[in-house]
Design a protein around this ligand. Structure first.
Ligand code: FES
Length: 136
């Protein structure tokens, strides 16, 4: 089986924020065990937000770009369309590729082994989230 292609680096995607950019979000504002769509305004104008998936598991928040490895489109366009099993997986609502919660790797189907694009986060002691300045 061929090695799946590596995902693009988050910083190379359109409207990517600079490292260190604040998400203007506190960890405790995210429901525990839930996936949340988060749009980060990076100054690109209307419709140009950088769209993230924030997966919270207790004190840990994992971020991925809201971009399916299958066709490069959002897994969901709005929160109510987001399909996930808390702390287990998140599923694209276009062709239902399922990604592991922990690392964003696609578990089965045409993009098995490919992964969502991870975005490194820094969580301050007060719970404020920002894009990390290192680690990815
Ligand atoms: S575009 Fe996401 S599963 Fe096909």
């Amino acid at each position: 089986m061929p090695t799946p292609p590596a995902p693009p680096h988050w910083s190379a995607l359109p409207n990517a924020p600079a490292p260190g950019t604040a998400l203007l979000c506190q960890r405790d504002a995210l429901p525990d065990g839930q996936a949340t769509l988060w749009e980060l305004d990076t100054g690109g104008g209307p419709g140009a937000a950088f769209k993230l998936l924030l997966l919270r598991d207790g004190l840990v928040v994992t971020a991925f770009v809201n971009r399916c490895a299958h066709f490069g489109v959002p897994l969901a366009a709005k929160q109510s369309q987001l399909i996930f099993t808390p702390r287990v997986s998140i599923t694209c609502n276009v062709h239902y590729m399922r990604y592991r919660w922990s690392d964003g790797v696609c578990e089965a189907g045409e993009c098995a082994g490919e992964s969502l694009v991870p975005v490194p986060l820094h969580i301050a002691e007060d719970g404020a989230l920002r894009i990390a300045t290192s680690g990815g």
